[in-house]
Design a protein around this ligand. Structure first.
Ligand SMILES: Cc1ncc(COP(=O)(O)O)c(C=O)c1O
Length: 418
């Protein structure tokens, strides 16, 4: 379980093989993907490999117990496994210490934790928060809430013409009043990849912290929080081929230690009396209540799974699919593509004269599953001048055949709409 060697991959692709230039062929690892179904909605949530499903089943059917409290052996063993999974997660993202990894329900909860704890404690009236036009609502709304509470104000970095966060423009807007910069590492709509090191240098140069929303980055490329030099990093397990209901907030130790708890309950305390309660150090301070024990084991199995493939291989695989999809879609002259050529794993587009929802519904009839809508990024939709886009997003189980199904499906959409 904990610190375990990588779980077996499908017979076609053993660990490390993915580092070659051959495309990945892993769909056999995913029991919920039937033959002929092109699942192109991984940016919303990834399908689960057998190794993750088995780890979850084992967690409930063989090793299940609570953690941190039981005096009996099963609970002690589960506690060891749970904390080993925390160490595994820390290594996966290049964290210096396991105590810097806080298990949360997902990226949304991780950002809310930082906003409600760090933000509510350290932001003052007149302080400024820097976001960008392409943020997911979960990296906008928590900051609006804490801004309303504290009197801080929000600035929004614009995008370049090809849909990246415009760091030159951000640099010219940053002042010493900015206390935090919170940006998507990879856009969930455009796939654009942030130059995170430069964002960190700019934020720190102004005396601000940098929070990265890594939801779409962690499943698609190697992430090392020390090399990125950010201060907080969040991601969700379910987008990394792991279970729902589990995610990670990483924060620098010194920051976490200075932050108060944002929710109270069991497991996060040092001592409780009606006169005075003191709190446990991080990470326990931020993990009140019984944690998602089996979710953590599933997350660990997902980390094992992607690391056995190699995140460089995943990035190369998805880059090839994005390239093929963009080439084929742009050859259809009524399709408008959004975002940069080198978007990570995600292609957003519009078919002239056809609502994105109709595109999605017609594609579904051809067994192609895409996402259509505002993708929880309404300010970005406004900046693009559209209400919605169609979005195809790739995972390790996709291949050239899925791109062909997508393109054939779009041709059918054009035939239906004349
Ligand atoms: C970039 C980005 N940030 C945050 C989130 C929120 O993730 P979750 O709903 O798992 O908390 C998502 C989910 O779509 C996302 O794509």
């Amino acid at each position: 379980m904990a610190d375990a060697a990588a779980k077996p991959l499908s017979s076609k692709h053993q660990a490390g093989e993915g580092r070659s230039s051959r495309p990945l062929d892993l769909v056999a690892d995913f029991p919920a993907i039937p033959d002929g179904w092109a699942y192109l909605d991984t940016a919303a949530t990834a399908q689960k490999p057998r190794a993750v499903i088995d780890a979850i089943a084992r967690g409930y059917s063989e090793t299940y117990a609570t953690v941190h409290r039981g005096v009996y052996q099963r609970s002690a063993e589960m506690t060891l496994a749970f904390e080993a999974a925390r160490r595994r997660t820390a290594r996966f993202i290049g964290a210096r210490a396991a105590e810097e990894v806080i298990f949360v329900r997902g990226a949304t909860e991780g950002i809310n934790l930082v906003a409600k704890s760090w933000g509510a404690t350290f932001l003052r009236p007149g302080d400024r928060i820097m976001l960008s036009t392409l943020e997911h609502h979960s990296n906008i709304v928590p900051w609006q809430m804490v801004a309303a509470e504290t009197g801080a104000e929000i600035d929004v970095a614009p995008l370049t013409r090809d849909g990246r966060i415009d760091l030159d423009a951000m640099a010219s807007t940053l002042t010493e009043r900015h206390r935090i910069v919170a940006l998507a590492h990879v856009s969930n709509v455009l796939g654009s990849v942030l130059d995170a090191k430069r964002a960190a240098a700019l934020a720190h140069g102004a005396g601000a912290l940098l929070l990265l929303d890594g939801c779409q980055a962690v499943p698609r490329m190697p992430v090392d929080v020390a090399a990125l030099d950010c201060d907080f990093y969040v991601f969700s397990g379910h987008k990394l081929y792991g279970p729902t209901g589990i995610g990670v907030l990483w924060g620098r130790s010194a920051l976490l230690e200075a932050m108060p708890p944002w929710q109270g309950g069991g497991a996060m305390i040092d001592k409780v009396s009606f006169e005075r309660t003191t709190y446990a150090p991080p990470p326990a301070r931020f993990e009140p209540g019984t944690p998602h024990v089996v979710g953590v084991l599933g997350l660990e199995a997902a980390i094992d799974y992607v690391e056995a493939i190699g995140l460089d291989a995943v990035a190369a695989h998805e880059a090839a699919l994005v390239g093929e999809a963009r080439r084929a879609l742009s050859a259809l002259n009524s399709v408008r593509l959004f975002g940069p050529e080198d978007g990570a794993g995600i292609v957003s587009f519009a078919v002239e004269g056809v609502h994105a929802h109709d595109v999605g519904t017609i594609l579904d009839e051809s067994r192609v599953a895409i996402r259509a809508g505002h993708h929880c990024a309404q300010p970005l939709m406004a900046a693009l001048g559209v209400e919605a886009t169609a979005r195809a997003s790739f995972g390790v189980y996709n291949g050239p055949r899925d791109v062909e199904s997508l393109v054939r499906g779009i041709e059918r959409v054009r035939r239906i709409f004349g």
